[in-house]
Design a protein around this ligand. Sequence first.
Ligand SMILES: Cc1cc2nc3c(=O)[nH]c(=O)nc-3n(C[C@H](O)[C@H](O)[C@H](O)COP(=O)(O)OP(=O)(O)OC[C@H]3O[C@@H](n4cnc5c(N)ncnc54)[C@H](O)[C@@H]3O)c2cc1C
Ligand SMILES: *[C@@H]1O[C@H](CO)[C@@H](O)[C@H](O)[C@H]1NC(C)=O
Ligand SMILES: *[C@@H]1O[C@H](CO)[C@@H](O)[C@H](O)[C@H]1NC(C)=O
Ligand SMILES: *[C@@H]1O[C@H](CO)[C@@H](O)[C@H](O)[C@H]1NC(C)=O
Ligand SMILES: *[C@@H]1O[C@H](CO)[C@@H](O)[C@H](O)[C@H]1NC(C)=O
Ligand SMILES: *[C@@H]1O[C@H](CO)[C@@H](O)[C@H](O)[C@H]1NC(C)=O
Ligand SMILES: *[C@@H]1O[C@H](CO)[C@@H](O)[C@H](O)[C@H]1NC(C)=O
Ligand SMILES: *[C@@H]1O[C@H](CO)[C@@H](O)[C@H](O)[C@H]1NC(C)=O
Ligand SMILES: *[C@@H]1O[C@H](CO)[C@@H](O)[C@H](O)[C@H]1NC(C)=O
Length: 514
Amino acid sequence: MAIISGPWNLLPSLALCYLYAQVFAHGVPNDPTGFPPCDALIKAGLADRLLLPTSPAYEPRVESWWSANARLRPWCLVQPQTTQEVSTIVTALSRAGGGAGDWHIAVRSGGHGPAGSNNIANGVTIDLGMMNRSSLDQTQNLASLEPGAAWKDVYFDLLHKGNVTVTGGRDGGVGVGGFLLGGGNSFYTGRSGFGCDTVINYEVVLANGSITTANLTQNPDLYKALKGGGLNFGIVTRFDVQTLPAVDLAYGQSILSTNYSGLVLDAVNDFTDQPETVAADDALVTAFTHTPGVGQTILVIRANTRGNLNSSSFGRITSIPAMKTSWAVMSMADAANKSQIDAGSLNTQVTGTFLNVPSTLLNVVALHTDLISTLSSRIGAENFTSALFIQPIPTYFRSAGHRNGGNILGLDRIAGNAILWTCGVGILNGDEAALAVAKMELNALSAALKARSIQKGADVDFVYLNYAEGMQDPLGSYGEENVAFLKGVASKYDPNSWWQTRVPGGFKVSRVGV
Ligand SMILES: Cc1cc2nc3c(=O)[nH]c(=O)nc-3n(C[C@H](O)[C@H](O)[C@H](O)COP(=O)(O)OP(=O)(O)OC[C@H]3O[C@@H](n4cnc5c(N)ncnc54)[C@H](O)[C@@H]3O)c2cc1C
Ligand SMILES: *[C@@H]1O[C@H](CO)[C@@H](O)[C@H](O)[C@H]1NC(C)=O
Ligand SMILES: *[C@@H]1O[C@H](CO)[C@@H](O)[C@H](O)[C@H]1NC(C)=O
Ligand SMILES: *[C@@H]1O[C@H](CO)[C@@H](O)[C@H](O)[C@H]1NC(C)=O
Ligand SMILES: *[C@@H]1O[C@H](CO)[C@@H](O)[C@H](O)[C@H]1NC(C)=O
Ligand SMILES: *[C@@H]1O[C@H](CO)[C@@H](O)[C@H](O)[C@H]1NC(C)=O
Ligand SMILES: *[C@@H]1O[C@H](CO)[C@@H](O)[C@H](O)[C@H]1NC(C)=O
Ligand SMILES: *[C@@H]1O[C@H](CO)[C@@H](O)[C@H](O)[C@H]1NC(C)=O
Ligand SMILES: *[C@@H]1O[C@H](CO)[C@@H](O)[C@H](O)[C@H]1NC(C)=O
């Protein structure tokens, strides 16, 4: 019609186009973006908490995810600063776009979780990074931690505020939120249990936007479920955790030749079987690694949380010649700052557990050596790093959990002292095809190890959530009873299954055993 009536009739529609362009100009606060969840957040008054792809801070923030493959670009990032804002966000998002549209929500704290768990391309990511304060109540020996803080900052803060520390991460870059919701293996675990065992009180934003607390007396079922249950019940906005005196640690790292693999494994096996009375203050992390240009080496990390440089627990491992070694007294803050693993490769990993049996320790290391040769021929030795981490999980790691009301990890089903293994591969040249190959090879390693563990009677059905990737089933490994419990808690606190369906990242209890 415009065509036959002459060009002057086009003017009103041109004017409309111009107006449209003004209203929808990107990056201008309060203007609609066309993305339902982002528009809902703007409408809820949170425009100045949003990062859009046009915001200068957007790209640097995307780069802050630890794994390169987790650096997805959401339609918008929303960065709440208070619990009330988290509540407003959850409420706004639950109504956004009438629930239609093919988009989802992700939640991020420290951003160290695996790709797929903590960010999303089609939708909005709730980035808790601005909620990174910690405070101290010295009369009760409690620290209140916000989820977005990195452990190194928590340690520095608490050290300077009150000369105390907490049962947190060993790598300073890891975030409070994910670590504490998946368990939390710390240098202090021998004494105070997993990080989650030291949480006395949680502040949580539920699916309906209400802010609640969970502790031994208030919502005790939710309290227990949060101790290892991950993102299934709500967003935790504050963790109140028990503090410890900030005694400086004895801490060190050594690099050993793989010529000594057998001796190292004997030492690990011995260390793991020591009784609580001997080794509760000692921690040993061993990693078999492949690094381009360096080849295969063994990294041994030792800590004594009482600052004892002469702890007898390490006698055997320190008798093995090292190419390089450090061993000194320092604060947890310094130790965490010194142990940050580089970010930025395409990462993938698998994890599992077996009983502390020497032959199975040999099996896992041999399988890792095979993995290195397979990947070297398939994708090039210069194009990847790999690390097989071996960590003792002696039975006494459960004591503190029992004292504090119990967690949901189901560790009592493990028949004895165990070894937690994690094998991670980092692709260095950004090659997604190589990443896909690495995932397959890791699965093959995992299956072969499982078969051998079963054969030796060393198999343990425990998959540690904090080291697991999407193809694994950590929640299912907590045992039928705990799964049923978690499902009950999820349906009680989230009757519409909002976290299960709208927030797909991480491990969802609704998907276990169906
Ligand atoms: C280099 C490195 C070192 C590590 N060292 C250790 C270690 O010493 N001990 C150990 O036990 N683990 C360790 N881990 C594993 C680590 O604990 C997990 O990756 C953990 O999930 C990271 O927490 P985050 O807050 O940084 O992660 P994020 O990726 O931000 O979050 C992880 C998951 O938790 C969810 N989530 C985060 N915050 C909240 C919240 N407030 N409410 C609800 N859901 C939330 C996210 O949606 C996501 O699914 C390490 C990992 C890396 C990469
Ligand atoms: C909190 O995060 C902000 C923004 O990244 C940072 O500048 C600040 O140093 C952090 N504070 C603490 C206590 O970690
Ligand atoms: C448990 O939560 C209730 C309600 O918020 C609170 O009154 C009580 O002090 C909390 N208990 C602990 C141990 O934090
Ligand atoms: C901090 O606490 C530790 C352990 O209690 C103590 O040895 C140290 O002297 C304290 N430091 C300061 C500065 O108070
Ligand atoms: C490891 O063994 C090889 C072969 O026996 C030997 O050449 C090398 O010097 C050894 N390295 C170390 C650090 O012992
Ligand atoms: C601890 O070991 C160091 C050397 O490593 C030694 O000098 C010191 O005397 C030992 N201390 C104790 C208390 O045994
Ligand atoms: C952490 O380590 C880095 C690099 O060694 C150093 O520059 C920085 O000062 C350390 N941070 C703190 C708070 O000590
Ligand atoms: C390693 O990566 C480089 C760069 O992507 C590639 O050219 C090379 O072929 C790779 N090596 C192997 C053996 O695949
Ligand atoms: C929010 O959900 C919780 C858990 O289901 C429920 O107890 C509470 O009453 C709900 N609050 C509102 C305002 O609906």
